[in-house]
Design a protein around this ligand. Structure first.
Ligand SMILES: [Zn+2]
Length: 653
């Protein structure tokens, strides 16, 4: 499907929909009242008042959500959409006795509603209920509430006239929430009052009134609220101000040690030292620590929506494994929000996105987020290298790269985000522009250092590309591929266009490891998992034998993925099959690892009993290479540029 043609169809339809188009009266703001008191019961109520003039009007629900790079607006969970109209005197103006205006959904664009505002009407009131019943998976359309918290993404509860620009359409937001809840949002502090209609002695909900902002700013400023809530100022010596705002499942989840708070303060300092600029007036990490919500991060100019498991700040392993989330989303304030690919530049939620430069938007952010995690002490250099070894080795054993190039993973991102990362995913390739983008930008960084004899690095690119230096309000500066090439050439002249295109358009079976090698390391394999891999296996309850027999198996014996062209594939194994027995004994993860170990050299082949959709068979793996796990080995013949990259830049306090 050509999404641009769909958009053209919508525009044509809007033009054909008859009559003079009704325009909202621009001088008046839309008012949007959101009621979170039923959020624990997974329903969010909204009432919107839109100033209008009589005539045909099309209202739209945000479809293409910034940062999600796809048409992910959760319109399937929009319910109770009832529109009524009133005259300038506040009295009924519609022909129906109940003032209800009939709307009709566009036949091609499900996010558009056509209606006619009757003569004599001056405002529309639209009621929307958002059903927060989605499973805890995916992005902001996934689960967002629990008994004691809610993350409000304003795009889920708003419609607006299709002809209006979200950047100039003003909205006055108000929120009603349970009395015991606290909140944080980049919208700033609200005027607050107790609900006048509340009957004592029940605890009365709180009404929050925020100043009018553009619809674009509103949607860029989600609101986190909850009962178990903590706000921690970060790096207080720095202006603009930064805050860690946490809503959690329980009070015990808020108890993060001071050393971890200091890691996040260091992150704020390191990002300032890295970019030399800040394009926000405040920054809030809006962190949800909950086992009941979707786990992901979504960037905004002045905040980020960071959702992690309940123990992510208090459990040692989870703290490390989630250590890249806040650095990644924070980096996006510069790379993604302020500087943005031209195809993603407009704050138009109905216009299809062009994702072809996501290897910069996400790939460079992945590189920088991980480097910042190390510079902030969230990761040790050893942990960073363990992470990088696992990513590089995985991409180096990923046959999908022989037919789908890195560029296509970005171009097709809006579809690939929806695909699972298991079940022959190594042959499909998913959103590899994150991790392979990371290798690519490490390659650029170390090449700049090598070309300039250590005098230049990506740091010089950042200072110019994300400048001017100092502090400024949020804005968007779009860029193209040629702008990236020009900015790199300004740091160190080179044929950067060819350098990048070779890596983007390659269908070579092996991953681009130039950054690791120029960084002074070599990817190699040993017989014991590196501590990072062990941590990942423990957390995901899987066994990673990808680099030996070519499979991932969970603790119950089910194969989550099989390496296409690997030993297990050739023996007849496939994803979703279940290992019942290994060499005649009931499957355990330890037994399988032991069998791979014992088969090394002239050991016996591994005999497996497997179940596939209720049928059983015996398969033999004639593999004698032993256990293999990736590590980065120091190459003494090359300067240790990677170690330099991981060193903190900010002055130690
Ligand atoms: Zn990202």
């Amino acid at each position: 499907m050509d999404l641009r043609r769909l958009s053209g169809g919508l525009l044509a339809l809007l033009g054909l929909y008859g009559g003079a188009a009704a325009q909202p009266r621009a001088q008046q703001a839309i008012s949007l009242s959101v009621d979170l008191t039923d959020a624990p019961r997974k329903i969010i109520h909204a009432t919107e008042t839109i100033p209008v003039a009589p005539g045909a009007l099309t209202l739209v629900y945000p479809k293409w959500i910034p940062g999600e790079h796809g048409p992910t607006g959760p319109i399937d969970d929009m319910a109770g959409f009832i529109v009524t109209a009133l005259g300038p005197d506040g009295k009924s103006c519609a022909t129906d006795s109940d003032s209800t205006i009939h709307w009709q959904r566009d036949k091609l664009e499900m996010y558009a509603f056509h209606l006619t505002v009757p003569e004599g009407c001056a405002t529309l009131t639209a009621r929307i209920d958002f059903l927060a019943t989605a499973a805890p998976m995916g992005f902001s359309a996934g689960a967002s509430t629990s008994e004691n918290l809610a993350m409000l993404s304003w795009n889920t509860v708003v419609v607006y006239p299709a002809t209006m620009e979200p950047a100039s359409l003003m909205v006055t937001p108000t929120v009603t929430m349970p009395s015991a809840w606290q909140y944080a949002t980049a919208l700033g502090p609200a005027a607050e009052a107790v609900d006048q209609l509340c009957q004592n002695p029940a605890p009365c909900p709180r009404n929050l009134s925020f100043p009018a902002v553009s619809l674009a700013t509103l949607i860029d400023s989600p609101l986190l609220a909850g009962k178990y809530f903590k706000e921690i100022p970060l790096a207080p010596e720095i202006t603009p101000k930064h805050f860690l705002d946490i809503a959690a499942d329980g009070p015990e989840d808020l108890d993060l040690p001071p050393a971890r708070v200091e890691n996040f303060s260091r992150l704020v300092r390191e990002a300032g030292a890295l970019f030399g600029s800040r394009h926000y007036q405040q920054y809030r990490f809006l962190v949800t620590l909950s086992d009941s919500v979707a786990h992901f991060g979504l960037e905004h100019h002045e905040s980020s929506d960071d959702r992690m498991p309940s123990r992510a700040f208090t459990d040692d392993t989870q703290f490390v494994l989630n250590g890249d989330l806040l650095p990644h989303e924070f980096t996006h304030s510069w790379n993604g929000k302020y500087r943005r690919p031209a195809g993603l530049g407009a704050s138009d939620y109905q216009k299809p996105m062009e994702d072809d430069l996501l290897w910069v938007y996400e790939g460079l952010t992945q590189y920088l987020g991980d480097v910042l995690a190390a510079r902030s002490g969230l990761w040790t250099p050893e942990q960073y290298r363990g992470m990088l070894a696992l990513k590089a080795a995985t991409l180096d054993n990923w046959p999908g790269r022989t037919w789908r190039d890195l560029q296509d993973t970005a171009t097709m991102a809006q579809v690939l985000y929806e695909t699972p990362d298991e079940g022959w995913d190594n042959w499909r390739r998913g959103t590899d522009f994150y991790r392979e983008g990371e290798l690519l930008w490490l390659d650029v960084d170390t090449s700049l250092r090598k070309l300039s004899g250590g005098k230049k690095s990506l740091q010089d690119f950042f200072v110019s590309f994300y400048g001017p230096a100092g502090v400024s309000a949020p804005s968007v500066r779009p860029y193209t591929f040629d702008d990236i090439v020009a900015a790199l050439n300004a740091v160190a002249p080179n044929d950067w266009a060819t350098f990048l295109r070779q890596r983007l358009d390659s269908t070579q079976p092996h991953a681009p490891l130039g950054g690791i090698e120029n960084g002074g390391y070599k990817l190699s394999y040993v017989s014991q998992p590196n501590p990072w891999s062990e941590m990942v296996d423990q957390q995901t309850a899987t066994v990673d034998l990808w680099f030996s027999i070519g499979l991932h198996v969970n603790s119950g014996g089910t194969l989550t993925d099989v390496l296409k062209g690997g030993v297990a594939d050739k023996a007849g194994l496939a994803p979703e099959m279940r290992l019942v027995a290994v060499n005649g004994r009931s499957f355990t993860p330890a037994l399988l690892r032991e069998a791979v170990h014992d088969a090394e050299g002239d050991g016996p082949p591994i005999e497996l009993i497997v179940e596939n959709t209720d049928y059983y068979k015996v398969l033999r793996l004639d593999y004698h290479g032993g256990e293999r796990y990736p590590v980065l080995d120091r190459d003494a013949g090359t300067p240790d540029r990677l170690d330099d990259i991981l060193k903190p830049l900010a002055a130690t306090r």
